[in-house]
Write a protein that binds this ligand. Structure first.
Ligand code: PMP
Length: 370
């Protein structure tokens, strides 16, 4: 074995259990596929692909279609293999050795992870106990560390909370560098930072086809930002990084907006039902604007609950061992049947795994929120 870069030795990488189960609600995918008409249209166009030629390097048609869907210019759109690769390209261009990247934890782990891989220093701001972000903490982190890149995820993963618009505005007012708003789940929420984008503002908004568009299998994401920034990203990304098939799939997907809106409406309705049922079970539920719900099993061991669900062939995300997320679990909203199966398995598990310490519950004496 030869030694890896010193600064990579401590990194753990990305972990999410891939277990063979009947009900899979752990990676925030869409529970249903795109419409058959989309699949047929993709198959027809793919049959005409020039397999011996490189794809359109600028992904012109796809970028134009995305630009049109947001009412922006194609030169403001950068596309890559999943929004993770979009984020990586941004960080390769604007982070790197000697530069500082700020996150507000807990949030999407890959922001800090990718930043560290580029060699940047990561500073972690803290959210309050209810996972909201205090403006004073934003001010402190930006003033103390002067980050070259600052991240905000709205709705946030894994908490599901939607950031208020004035938090983004505050960052734009105070940040000395680039503000990245990760909107992987924006269609499930009621506002977007897209309207704040213009040539004079160092702001990018990232989006993905993996969730609302039911296309996690395709690995496609993009950002909208100033044209000068997109031009820098084009210098960094590998030539022909986006294959011809993906360019076709992304462009055609955008023709099925109504189907996407219907899926989103169904998931939002189910999110309301699942959140209410979790509260009825006596669990602490974090209000979600995404396609998943974070909840806490106070007084019980979160990992045991997760295992109890796996034993009943239901897989959700075990966040209970993550920093700041003791006893927290995250469930992706599935089909109505999957959600019902999850809720009844959870009810069963909660009946089996008794509360081990009543004093863990907040009481009037130890600061319960009345
Ligand atoms: N951002 C957030 C907040 C996410 O939760 C995810 C997926 N878990 C991504 C980005 C990455 O999505 P993808 O690479 O599939 O586009």
């Amino acid at each position: 074995m030869i030694p890896v870069r010193d600064d990579l030795r401590a990194l753990e990488g990305y972990h999410s259990a891939q277990v063979d189960v009947r009900v899979r609600l752990n990676t925030n995918e869409s529970p249903t596929p795109p419409p058959d008409a989309f699949r047929d249209a993709v198959a027809a166009e793919v049959s005409r692909v020039d397999w011996h030629r490189y794809p359109d390097r600028a992904a012109t048609a796809l970028r134009e279609a995305i630009a049109e869907s947001h009412g922006v210019d194609a030169a403001q759109v950068f596309v890559a293999n999943g929004s993770n690769e979009v984020l990586q390209t941004v960080l390769l261009a604007y982070a790197g050795p000697g530069r500082v990247v700020a996150t507000f934890e807990p949030t999407y782990q890959m922001h800090a992870q990718i930043a560290r891989v580029t060699g940047a220093t990561v500073v972690e701001g803290e959210r309050a106990d209810d996972f909201t972000l205090d403006p004073a903490e934003v001010e402190r982190v930006l003033a103390e560390h002067q980050p070259h890149v600052v991240f905000l995820t709205s709705p946030n993963n894994p908490t599901g909370l939607v950031e208020p618009a004035d938090r983004v505005q505050q960052m734009l007012d105070l940040a000395p560098g680039l503000v990245v708003v990760d909107e992987a789940y924006a269609q499930f929420a009621d506002w977007t930072a897209l309207d704040l984008i213009d040539e004079a503002t160092p702001l990018v908004v990232t989006r993905t086809f993996s969730k609302t568009w039911s296309m996690a299998g395709a690995r496609l994401g993009y950002l909208i930002g100033p044209t000068w920034l997109v031009a820098e990203l084009e210098k960094v990304v590998l030539p022909y990084h986006l294959d011809a098939v993906k360019q076709i799939a992304g462009r055609l997907a955008l023709r099925y907006v109504e189907d996407m809106d219907d899926r989103v409406a169904q998931i939002v309705a189910e999110r309301t039902r699942v959140s209410a049922e979790l509260a009825v079970l006596g669990l602490t539920v974090i209000p979600s604007g995404a396609n998943f719900v974070l909840f806490r099993v106070d007084g019980r061991d979160g990992h045991d609950i997760w295992q109890g669900l796996v034993d009943r062939s239901v897989l959700i995300r075990d966040c209970s061992g993550w920093p700041r997320l003791a006893n927290c679990l995250r469930v992706t909203i599935g089909t109505p049947d999957e959600n019902t199966e999850f809720l009844s398995a959870l009810t069963e598990v909660l009946g089996v795994i008794a509360i081990d310490d009543q004093t863990d519950f907040p009481t009037e004496e130890n600061g319960a929120d009345q």
